[in-house]
Design a protein around this ligand. Structure first.
Ligand code: NAP
Length: 180
């Protein structure tokens, strides 16, 4: 069985980005790149990546646009959008519709590793509603932004499995239980 993991950073008030899609509250925090739940370990455990179009646009505008190659080129990436989007790398597949409609393709792409649901929160919730979300792993940064892009805009239950600190972050790992 393929594991689906929503791994993300969040503000203390439950936002993935502020109203202007800024991640300033996140990128200014100290983090130990070799510490618990670091990105290298995540990438090693990941076989395929899923994201919505706002997240994709953010990566393209902030990283790829500065001349760097698509940062997830070694992982097949599925971008959800209703638009006619021209991918910046051949490893990217543009899809629309429910997560369940793409389950077979996602799990084939992931092989024996996990699917990383990058976000946003509503897309992660769609995966949960389709029974395709096993874990939520949140790195809480010590900042609030007041409003913005929500972490998980549904009434849902989670079971806390683990907490650990990485410098400024409290990382909490939860099992996805179900709607409340
Ligand atoms: N803190 C973190 O670690 C972290 C992690 C991830 C993301 N982020 C940030 O958080 C923000 C998330 O933005 P967001 O809330 O707008 O979420 P998003 O999931 O990145 O983008 C939402 C868009 O995805 C498309 N979409 C979603 N479900 C779909 C479906 N079933 N079929 C087709 N298209 C679908 C729609 O795009 P169309 O309008 O194109 O159809 C929708 O408007 C971004 O700024 C991102 O950079 C932060």
């Amino acid at each position: 069985m393929t594991d689906y993991v929503f791994y993300t950073a969040s503000t203390l008030d439950g936002f993935l980005a502020d109203e202007n899609d800024s991640l300033d509250w996140l990128l200014t925090q100290p983090i130990d790149e070799d510490g618990p739940h670091n990105i290298a370990d995540l990438m090693a455990a990941t076989g395929a990546i899923v994201m919505g179009s706002t997240t994709y646009r953010w990566v393209v505008d902030h990283i790829t646009a500065s001349g760097e190659e698509w940062m997830y080129k070694d992982h097949p990436t599925f971008v959800f959008t209703h638009r006619d989007l021209e991918p910046v790398h051949p490893s990217i597949t543009v899809v629309a519709g429910s997560p369940a409609e793409h389950r077979a393709a996602l799990e084939k792409a992931a092989g024996d590793r996990a699917v990383w649901v990058v976000g946003g929160g509503d897309l992660a919730a769609q995966f949960a509603e389709d029974g395709m979300l096993d874990e939520l792993l949140v790195s809480f940064a010590p900042a609030t932004v007041g409003s913005g892009r929500p972490l998980f805009p549904r009434a849902w239950d989670f079971e806390l499995l683990e907490t650990v600190q990485n410098k400024a972050f409290v990382i909490a790992r939860y099992r996805v239980v179900g709607p409340r």
